[in-house]
Design a protein. Sequence first.
Length: 227
Amino acid sequence: MTSHLDKTNTFRALHAPGAVLVLPNAWDVATARLAEDAGAAAVATTSAGVAWSLGTPDGDHLGRDLAADLVARIAAAVSVPVTADIEGGYAADPAGVADTVRAVAEAGACGINIEDADAQGLRTVGEQADRLAAAREAATAAGVPLFINARTDTYLRAVGDPATRLAATLDRAAAYLAAGADGIFVPGVADPDTIASLAAGIDAPLNVMAGPGSPPYPTSPSSAWPG
């Protein structure tokens, strides 16, 4: 049986320069098994889907115990790596974020998504950097090199002036990487030129959310895809 550490190292290796990693979202064991059977190299949990399936609203209402329990059940049911969407960390402060990271690491997660927004809007760069640093320290202490995907909602929430949004996003990305993140997730972007600019300006793997209006996924190894 492949160990948790082996799966985590495999998940990190899947974030290779020039390659596109497709991460289907699952909200329970059944959807995770379907994704694996369809050929997914890894499975990601979806915070909204998980919350709704467990009878709670999206937006940090689920709580770490329910989230970690769901991750544990999915990780035990599939052979591929599992990365967990932990929303804002289910905590008010960095110490609480560290507790959540330890819980999902113990549950079998190989990576996490952690976002920089709450009900009031985007956290300050410094505040979010502290939370990411706590997440990294917790993962290191647990002996699990989790792939930390730092999400910024500058585009999803249309924050600030559109003319300066790209620069603001790149500034946040640089700060989050310096704090210990491994990748940057920018949901709400579908324009190929913007995706390409983000990929060029971020010195780490870029994650975007596919949906209506997104560039088509390559159908052959020679196909081009921004980012």
